[in-house]
Design a protein around this ligand. Structure first.
Ligand code: HEM
Length: 484
C-alpha cells in the first residue's frame, strides 16, 4: 500500500515538473511566482493541502512564520500572493494603489454582489464613483445625524438590558449587540429598527449571513478555486439566500423611490438615490441599489458588533482594566456622556478599543484583490492577474511587533499611540466607514462601561479562542451584568 502511494506520488510529482518545464517555463508569471518564497504546489490542488478551512488564519500564520512577510501559494488553480506585515501591505495597497484596487472576482463573489454591482465587490470607474458617494455621505460633517442615531439606538439597548438583567443577570449578550449594530445601519438606510424583545434581526438577513459565512468558510474547498468540485457542490444555496436577502430589501427600496421627496433627502438611502439620479455620466444605476443596501447591512453589522462583543469579553476577563476604564469615564464627565467630538479626552478608552482590535482582530484577512500589472513589491515581482490576500491576523500576534502579544494590555497604545491597527486594512480600498465605526464604538462603549459592570458568571476566565468564519468571532459565552 505504502509503495503504491509513493509510486503515485512520484508520478504526480514528475508529471507536474514535466508540465512546468514544457508549458510554464516560458510563462513569465509562473517564473515570477517561483521567485517568491512559498510552499510546494501540487498540480490541480496547488497548496490547498496546507490550508485548514476551519482555521485559515492559523494556516496563513504558519506560512508567515515559515516564509516571512510575503509568500506565494496556489489556491487550487489560482495564483495567489499573501502579504503579511503592515509595511508590505502599505507598499502594495497604498503606494501602488492603482494596481491593487480591484477585487479578484470569483464565481461566488459574483453571485453575492450581483455581478459586482455593490461597493465591496465592484471594480473600475463604477467602484470609484459609488465608493466616493458612500464615503462622503457617512462623514461626520456631511451626516450630522450620525451621533443622534447612535445615541437613540444605544439608549434603546440600555433600557432593554437594564430591564432584562433584573430578571436574569447572566446572559448571552451577542444577539443584543448585533441587534444594536443592525439597527444603526438599518436606521441610516431605511429609518427603521427592530425591537429587542421581538425576533432579533429579520430571518432572511440572519440566514443570509449564516450562508455567507458557510460559503466563505469553504473558501479553500470550493469550486471557486477547484473548478472540478462543481460536480459535487454547486452555488444553488448561495443563489437562493442572495435572492431571499434581496427580496427583503427590494420592496422597501421601491417604496422609498415612490414616496421620497428628492428635494429633501433624509436617510443615507435617499441621499444615494439623489446622487445616482444626478450622475451625469450614467455610471451609477438605481437597479444596483438592492445589492448596495445588502452590502452595507452585512459590512456594517457583524464587524462593528464583533469589535464591541470582543471588547466586552476582553474587559470581562480583565476586571482591573475595566475598573481603570470606568474611572476615566467617571472623572472626565461625572454626570453625563461624552460626545463623539470629545474622543481625544478619553485616551484609556481609545487604547482599550485599539487593544481589542489588535488582540481580537475581527477581520482576519481582507477580501481578495487583483494585481493588475507586473509590479515589484518587497523585492519580488508580483505578476499581473495574481490574487492578493492581506493577512491581517499574524501582525497582531507577532513578537516582532508586540511584546507579550497574547496579553490584553491597552497600556501599549498609551506608550506607542501610533502603532498601526490593521483590521480596517490599508490603502485605497481600506474600509470607507472606519471613522463611522470608530465613532459608533466610542458612542456605545463610553456609555456601556459607565453604566454596567461585566463579570464572569463563575469567576472562570472566559474562553477567548476565536472561531473562524473569515471574521474571527468569540465562541458562545455568557456574562454576568450588574448596574454600576
Ligand atoms: C469595526 C468595524 C469594521 C471593520 C473592522 C471593517 C473592516 C473592513 C475591511 C477589512 C474591509 C475590506 C478592506 C479592503 O479590502 O481593503 C472593509 C470594507 C468595507 N466596509 Fe468595513 N469594517 C467595519 C465597519 C463598517 C461599517 C459600519 C460599514 C458601513 C456601514 C462598512 C462598510 C464597508 C464597505 C462598503 C466596504 C467595501 C469598501 C470597498 O471595497 O471599497 N464597514 N471593511
Amino acid at each position: 500500500m505504502v509503495f503504491v502511494f509513493i509510486f503515485l506520488f512520484l508520478i504526480i510529482y514528475f508529471f507536474h515538473k514535466l508540465l512546468r518545464s514544457q508549458f510554464f517555463n516560458s510563462n513569465k508569471n509562473e517564473s515570477f511566482l517561483q521567485q517568491i518564497p512559498g510552499p510546494f504546489n501540487f498540480p490541480i490542488i496547488g497548496g490547498v493541502y496546507l490550508l485548514d478551512r476551519n482555521n485559515l488564519h492559523l494556516s496563513f500564520d504558519k506560512l508567515y512564520k515559515k516564509y516571512g512577510k510575503i509568500f506565494s501559494i496556489k489556491f487550487g488553480v489560482v495564483n495567489t500572493v499573501v502579504l503579511n506585515e503592515p509595511d508590505i501591505i502599505f507598499e502594495a495597497f497604498h503606494k501602488n494603489a492603482n494596481f491593487f484596487s480591484d477585487r479578484y472576482m470569483l464565481p461566488s463573489i459574483n453571485i453575492l454582489s450581483g455581478n459586482g454591482s455593490n461597493i465591496a465587490f465592484s471594480n473600475g470607474e463604477y467602484w470609484k464613483k459609488i465608493r466616493s458617494e458612500f464615503s462622503s455621505l457617512i462623514t461626520k460633517s456631511k451626516n450630522k445625524n450620525l451621533e443622534t442615531e447612535f445615541n437613540k439606538h444605544y439608549f434603546n439597548f440600555e433600557n432593554f438590558l437594564s430591564g432584562y438583567i433584573k430578571k436574569n443577570d447572566t446572559i448571552y449578550i451577542k444577539p443584543f449587540i448585533m441587534t444594536y449594530t443592525f439597527n444603526v445601519v438599518y436606521g441610516l438606510i431605511f429609518n427603521e429598527s427592530v425591537e429587542y424583545e421581538q425576533e432579533l434581526i429579520p430571518k432572511e438577513i440572519s440566514d443570509f449571513i449564516q450562508s455567507l459565512f458557510d460559503v466563505l468558510k469553504e473558501t479553500t474547498l470550493c469550486p471557486d478555486y477547484l473548478p472540478f468540485l462543481i460536480y459535487f457542490k454547486n452555488y444553488d444555496h448561495l443563489k437562493e439566500m442572495t435572492k431571499k436577502m434581496i427580496a427583503n430589501v427590494n420592496p422597501k427600496i421601491k417604496k422609498i423611490l415612490n414616496e421620497m421627496d428628492e428635494s429633501n433627502p433624509k436617510t443615507l438611502l435617499e441621499n444615494l438615490i439623489v446622487s445616482i439620479k444626478n450622475d451625469k455620466d450614467n455610471i451609477l444605476k438605481i437597479e444596483h441599489l438592492d445589492h448596495i443596501v445588502v452590502d452595507l447591512i452585512l459590512a456594517g453589522m457583524e464587524t462593528t458588533g464583533g469589535v464591541i462583543e470582543w471588547m466586552v469579553l476582553n474587559l470581562t476577563n480583565n476586571i482591573d482594566i475595566q475598573n481603570k476604564l470606568y474611572k476615566e469615564l467617571l472623572s472626565n464627565n461625572f454626570l453625563s456622556y461624552p460626545s463623539i467630538n470629545e474622543a481625544s479626552n478619553y485616551p484609556y478608552f481609545n487604547a482599550c478599543v485599539k487593544e481589542t482590535m489588535r488582540r481580537s482582530p475581527i477581520a482576519s484577512m481582507g477580501p481578495p484583490r487583483l494585481c493588475t500589472k507586473d509590479i515589484e513589491i518587497g523585492g519580488y515581482i508580483i505578476p499581473k492577474g495574481t490574487q492578493i490576500f492581506s493577512n491581517l491576523y499574524s501582525y497582531s500576534f507577532s513578537e516582532k511587533f508586540h511584546k507579550d502579544p497574547f496579553l490584553f494590555k491597552p497600556e501599549r497604545f498609551i506608550e506607542c499611540p501610533n502603532t498601526p491597527i490593521l483590521i480596517f486594512n490599508l490603502g485605497s480600498r481600506q474600509c470607507p466607514a472606519k471613522g463611522m465605526a470608530e465613532s459608533e464604538i466610542f458612542a456605545f462603549g463610553t456609555k456601556l462601561f459607565k453604566k454596567f459592570l461585566f463579570t464572569s458568571p463563575n469567576d472562570q476566565v472566559i474562553d477567548d479562542k476565536p472561531l473562524f468564519h473569515v471574521s474571527l468571532t468569540p465562541k458562545k459565552w455568557l456574562v454576568k451584568i450588574t448596574e454600576r
